[in-house]
Structure formats: C-alpha cells, structure tokens
Design a binder for this molecule. Structure first.
Ligand code: Q9C
Ligand code: ZN
Length: 341
C-alpha cells in the first residue's frame, strides 16, 4: 500500500494545549507523524509519495469561504493585536446569546471553534493545507485503481466541521476526500471512523445527506470529548435520515466488545454498497493512550485491518488521532498490514 506524506506537517508546532487548567505541550505533535513514517519505511509497507497540490477548490466543497479565510489570516490578525501567546479561543456564544460573527479576533476565534485546547500559530494554515493535499493525493490513487492508500495526514481532521476547528483539527481531510470521490463520479461513499473520539465534524458535514454514510465507534460523549455530539440516537436528518451510525462505549472497553460494534458498522456498510470506503484511522483506542479509555492491544490492530479488507472495497485511510507516540507507528502500520494480509 502506498503512503502519502508531507514534511510540511512540521509547520504545525503549537507549544500550548489547554489541559487541566494549565498549558501543556500538545498531545498532537510532529513526532506522531514522524514515528508513523519511520514504521511505514521499516516495515516496507510500500512507496512513500509526496502530495500534489490540489488548491482550495476541493476544500471549498466542504468548508465555507469565510472559515477558510479566517484560518488563513488568524495568526496574522492575532499578532497584529500584539497578543503575547498563541491564538486560543476563550469566548463563545452561549445559550441565549447571538450567533453573529464579530469583527474582533477573540470573537472570531470563538465563532469558528467549539473547544479551547487547539491553538492556532504560525504555520498552522500551511500544515492544515498540506494535510488536505495528502488526503486528496491518496484519494486520487484509490480513484485511479489502487486497492487502498494511506494518507498520513497531520493535523488530523475528523473534529472539523464546515465552520469549526477544535480537537486538534482544522480541515476535515476525510470529508474533503469523500466529496472528491463523489465529484469524480462515485455515487456513494462510506466514512468509518475508528478513532477513540466521535467524528463530530464528519457527522455534522454529512448529517442531512444520503450520498455519504457516516459511522463512528467511540467513547461515550457523556464522559469524553467532544461531549456535545456523538450519541446513538443521532441517526441523520432529512435526506440523511438513516445515514449516520454512532456506537458508544464505556471506560475500559476491550477489543472483544469493541469489535461487536465494528461488526454492526461493517454490516451497515455492506448494505449501503458504497463505491469507496474511507477509514478515519485513529489509534487512540490503544490501552496506553494518555487521553483515552479503551483497552485495545497492538495485535488487535492487525485484526481490525483484516476485517476492513474483508469488505472488499477501494479503501482510503486518513490519519486521525493516537497519542501514545511510542506505540503509534506499530499500531497504525498493524492496521495497514492487517489489511494487506
Ligand atoms: N484532557 C483527536 O483524536 N480533548 N482529537 C482532550 C484531554 C481533546 C482529540 C482532553 C481531544 C481531541 C483527533
Ligand atoms: Zn481521537
């Protein structure tokens, strides 16, 4: 399987993540992508290719022009006000307040975000753009006939909605790739999100549509991020009714239990008969992950990859979360090797 990778991910070098009332070095850091890349090479998974530039047009299919423009200029506008640190949202429109876009940068940061852990800094825009190009280049490989491809995206994307960043995500790489499949002639695309966290951005983007089936297996949002979306009674709306599936789990869920939901999701995908499958691949389901609570083991990721291969679909993997950097390379490449058989 080919991997698409861009060194431009290094431009995403935030120093602050708001966690537990203090600023810590971000869990979502450059070592993640480098460790995965090293394992891909060490295990000779296949060729590693640079991304081709796809411009803004495919991003505009998913995100609004004003949101894209905000991300491009946020750091410049933040600096112009002489702020001493990184750009971190700290104010939102709470219940009963207005949902209008303010002029001031603090107001705009709140308007375009849903959480405060994700700072914007110099280079965030360039890295987020590169991650989209990585996803679209891998998508083109699959559209061109490859059985599967791995988009080593960083920053990740599944929490990003049409006009929202947060949860370490800016552009919804998987969603943009799904739209690219459709724009190139696919009739139906399924996005299966196996990251520990609910793929709230992906769900929101496609919630009223039946041409993209969204499925997510994740920690109960009553207990973990993103808290305000991802419950099992969210099944889609309008044309999208019946085209969203959420499966939630409690703390300490082992693979034997997690895989029952995977089976349900796989059955739904078979019934849907998509032209292409996108796996939003997070490995923060790992037992040692520092911010999550499932108990998957490294060998379980081989089994996961095998099961996904049995679906027999053209498959694009986009990298999402996973924060035990020591194990991230092994766990990700296990999924991909399991898939290859
Ligand atoms: N104390 C992804 O996996 N909140 N994003 C964590 C930890 C944010 C995860 C709280 C988690 C975001 C792509
Ligand atoms: Zn996650």
């Amino acid at each position: 399987m080919k991997t698409v990778y861009s060194p431009l991910h290094h431009r995403r070098t935030a120093v602050s993540e708001l966690d537990g009332g203090v600023l810590i070095p971000p869990h979502e850091n450059p070592n993640r992508a480098e460790t995965i890349l090293a394992r891909v090479k060490d295990q000779q998974l296949g060729e590693v290719l640079p991304p081709e530039s796809h411009g803004l047009a495919p991003i505009r299919r998913i995100h609004s022009d004003r949101y894209i423009e905000f991300l491009e200029h946020c750091w410049r506008d933040w600096q112009a006000e002489g702020k001493p640190g990184e750009a971190i949202p700290a104010v939102w429109s709470g219940r009963g307040m207005r949902e209008r876009l303010p002029k001031d940068i603090d107001g705009r940061l709140g308007f375009y975000s849903f959480a405060a852990e994700t700072s914007i800094t110099d280079g965030t825009w360039e890295a987020a753009r590169a991650a989209v190009d990585v996803a679209l280049t891998a998508q083109a490989l699959v559209a061109g006939g490859e059985r599967a491809a791995f988009a080593l995206c960083r920053p990740p994307g599944h929490h990003a909605a049409e006009e929202l960043f947060g949860g370490y995500c800016f552009f919804n790489n998987a969603g943009i790739a799904a739209q690219a499949f459709l724009d190139q002639g696919a009739k139906r695309v399924a996005i299966l999100d196996v990251d520990f966290h609910h793929g709230n951005g992906t769900q929101s983007i496609f919630y009223q549509r039946s041409d993209v089936l969204t499925l997510s297996l994740h920690g109960d949002p009553d207990l973990v991020f993103p808290h305000f979306l991802g419950f099992e009674d969210e099944t889609g709306e309008g044309d999208g009714e019946g085209y969203n599936l959420n499966i939630t789990y409690p703390p300490n869920t082992p693979f034997e239990v997690w895989r029952e939901g995977l089976e349900t999701a796989c059955q739904r995908i078979v019934d849907y008969a998509p032209d292409a499958l996108i796996i939003a691949l997070g490995v923060d389901t790992f037992e040692e992950d520092p911010i999550s609570f499932f108990k998957l083991k490294s060998s379980d990721y081989l089994t996961l990859g095998q099961r996904l291969a049995e679906l027999g679909l053209p498959t694009l993997f986009t990298m999402e979360g996973g924060y035990d950097v020591d194990a991230i390379g092994v766990n990700v490449v296990n999924v991909l090797k399991g898939f290859e058989g």
